[in-house]
Design a protein around this ligand. Structure first.
Ligand SMILES: Cc1cc2nc3c(=O)[nH]c(=O)nc-3n(C[C@H](O)[C@H](O)[C@H](O)COP(=O)(O)OP(=O)(O)OC[C@H]3O[C@@H](n4cnc5c(N)ncnc54)[C@H](O)[C@@H]3O)c2cc1C
Length: 141
């Protein structure tokens, strides 16, 4: 929206330097992808295994490399543009979004996270921390 000169916010918060905001970790049968993880990092193999291969196949089709170097999986999902690739793909995995608000962390099923065009289950004071997706068997297509 900034790129198209549609949004002219009075204040901008740069989230990139929040500890743990970007990056991929495995917890048991789930892979946690920090909201600040860029499309380019996913394209380059940041997510392991079959899940990572599928996500990399989505990521490289997003726009062009300079956009992928800056754009993040969390920013894309929170923005909820119906044309966005992650908005279409992430609900397929039966994963969850980790959301942080004043009362602490809560989870939202990814197939319920986007509630409409440019609308999500996030309250105004909440931050999307990460998406958590299941580790997939190698035969998954
Ligand atoms: C020229 C161009 C071409 C593009 N082409 C494609 C394409 O082909 N496919 C595609 O899927 N996308 C495309 N995009 C979108 C792009 O990939 C980014 O996902 C998008 O610009 C969001 O960028 P960002 O991650 O920096 O989020 P931001 O711009 O920082 O944020 C987007 C919105 O989400 C909110 N937000 C961000 N992070 C959080 C958070 N953690 N918690 C709560 N709210 C948050 C922000 O307040 C803002 O309202 C394109 C973008 C551009 C500029």
């Amino acid at each position: 929206m900034l790129n198209l000169r549609v949004a002219t916010p009075e204040k901008l918060a740069d989230l990139r330097h929040l500890p743990g905001y970007a990056g991929v970790t495995r917890r048991g049968g789930a892979i946690r992808i920090g909201a600040g993880t860029t499309h380019a990092a996913i394209e380059d193999g940041a997510v392991p295994g079959r899940l990572g291969a599928i996500l990399a196949g989505v990521a490289w089709r997003i726009a062009y490399r300079p956009v992928r170097n800056r754009g993040t999986i969390g920013g894309s999902l929170a923005h909820a543009d119906p044309a966005a690739d992650w908005v279409a793909v992430l609900p397929c995995f039966h994963g969850e979004a980790a959301v942080l608000g004043p009362a602490g962390e809560r989870r939202v099923a990814l197939d319920r996270f986007v509630t409409g065009m440019l609308a999500t289950a996030l309250a105004p004071e909440e931050l999307l921390l990460a998406v958590e997706l299941p580790v997939l068997p190698e035969a998954t297509r």
